[in-house]
Design a protein around this ligand. Structure first.
Ligand code: C5P
Length: 213
């Protein structure tokens, strides 16, 4: 039955933004509501999977039957993902910050010259997982693009070592919105899905993951 298609499978999902502190009261963030990732975690749990959802700071309830781990920074997210292994599949939906700042220990004060942020690269959680000895059988990444969506997503799939990339065009009103237009990029090619509610994108993707596992 649909409710037990993923019985016995452990699936890791990342969702939401990361917050990278600048000082104790300020941070750099990505624009992400977490809705698509939470919907995917919920859809996978409904198919019977054991789901670990590693979430950045979002204002969303935990879906029923999902184990949620809250993190703030990309480095914390990377640690939580590594600690949650092994998994049969991973769906990396989080909008992870590419850089963190050398955070000031005290609140920065306004002065004559604005402070300079010194940025360092964050770990790429997806690429690291896809090349780890504990690589899940199926690794799915997301690619939010504002132009040349398919081209960038196809390159990203290979560069990061993911099996699938779910590409979405975020030049419109996707961020925080209810609907999403995505393209599923696999080794076999590209499928264009029609504009769908995020919950329906999640259900379809969960069904495809069940087929693949
Ligand atoms: O390179 P870009 O950020 O566009 O890649 C997006 C994909 O990579 C998403 O699946 C995202 O969750 C993942 N990612 C990650 N760690 C990063 C950056 C992105 O897991 N540091």
């Amino acid at each position: 039955t649909p409710a037990d298609r993923l019985n016995g499978k452990h699936i890791l999902v990342t969702a939401g933004p990361t917050h990278e502190p600048i000082d104790p009261v300020r941070y750099i963030a990505n624009r992400s509501s977490g809705r698509q990732g939470f919907a995917i975690a919920e859809a996978l749990a409904r198919l019977g999977a054991r789901v670990t959802l590693v979430s950045g700071p979002v204002a969303l309830p935990t879906p029923t039957g999902v184990t949620r781990l809250d993190v703030e920074t990309a480095r914390e997210m990377a640690e939580a993902v590594a600690a949650a292994l092994p998994a049969d599949a991973a769906v990396m939906v989080a909008a992870v910050g590419d850089w963190h700042a050398a955070a000031a220990p005290q609140k920065l004060k306004k002065g004559e010259t604005p402070p300079t942020l010194v940025l360092s690269e964050n770990p790429d959680i997806l690429a690291t997982l896809a090349r780890s000895p504990q690589r899940p059988k199926l690794v799915v990444g997301f690619a939010a693009e504002t132009e040349r969506v398919i081209e960038h997503a196809t390159a990203k799939r290979l560069r990061k070592g993911a099996d699938w990339i779910v590409a979405n065009d975020v030049s419109g009103d996707v961020m925080g919105g209810e609907a999403n237009t995505v393209h599923l990029v696999t080794a076999d090619g590209v499928e264009d899905w029609e504009r769908l509610p995020k919950a329906e994108v999640a259900r379809r993707l969960a069904a495809r993951i069940a087929d693949a596992l």
